[in-house]
Design a protein around this ligand. Structure first.
Ligand SMILES: CC(C)(COP(=O)(O)OP(=O)(O)OC[C@H]1O[C@@H](n2cnc3c(N)ncnc32)[C@H](O)[C@@H]1OP(=O)(O)O)[C@@H](O)C(=O)NCCC(=O)NCCS
Length: 156
């Protein structure tokens, strides 16, 4: 993935930068994303409130090139138990295909394991082919669908 990228916990001050990266990262996928900047900022604050230890950023020097927002305290109605939820993952479009997404995902899965969880769950848009391929390559399996969302899980 290039020697200069490192992963660390996000800070609250970085939330606005994450909002910018989210808007850049979802260009072309607007049917699955928030598009209004104020909505995106509110979403980032919601992610922060859900789990302040669950957001990790990938940095090249000081520049944030990706982030993952997980939640180690999520009750899955379908699993009927607490799971680790990956609410969001975004890599800068200029840095895709370099393993940054995979490294972020590995970090959040470690965090979920450290939290004593045994399953990770996420929802992905049914035509978000790149993300679907990405999750499948990491061992996630499709479990069910709701409208145009696909639920995927993986044992930890
Ligand atoms: C999904 C996303 C986070 C992946 O990030 P990434 O840094 O490009 O992914 P990686 O480079 O770590 O790829 C990991 C694996 O996924 C697969 N993969 C990733 N991009 C792929 C592509 N364009 N085509 C085929 N396979 C791909 C590869 O098999 C790769 O494994 P390998 O490195 O061992 O070959 C990124 O594309 C993104 O930000 N998408 C927009 C936001 C989004 O849709 N988020 C998910 C919402 S549910």
């Amino acid at each position: 993935m290039g020697g200069k990228v490192h992963i660390e916990r996000a800070t609250e001050k970085e939330l606005d930068k994450l909002a910018e990266l989210y808007l850049k990262g979802y260009v072309g996928l607007e049917e699955y994303s928030y598009t209004h900047p104020e909505d995106v900022k509110a979403y980032m604050r919601w992610l922060w409130r859900r789990d302040q230890k669950g957001i990790f950023v990938a940095k090249e020097g000081e520049k944030i090139v990706g982030f993952v927002a997980g939640d180690a305290d999520w009750f899955s109605k379908r699993e009927r138990k607490k799971v680790g939820a990956v609410h969001e993952i975004v890599v800068d479009p200029d840095r895709r295909g370099l393993g940054i997404g995979k490294a972020l995902m590995e970090r959040i899965l470690d965090y979920f394991r450290e939290s004593g969880l045994d399953t990770v769950e996420l929802w992905v848009g049914d035509e978000n082919e790149r993300a679907l391929r990405f999750y499948k390559s990491l061992g996630f399996k499709e479990k069910d669908r709701y409208n145009y969302w696909i639920r995927m899980t993986k044992p930890l």
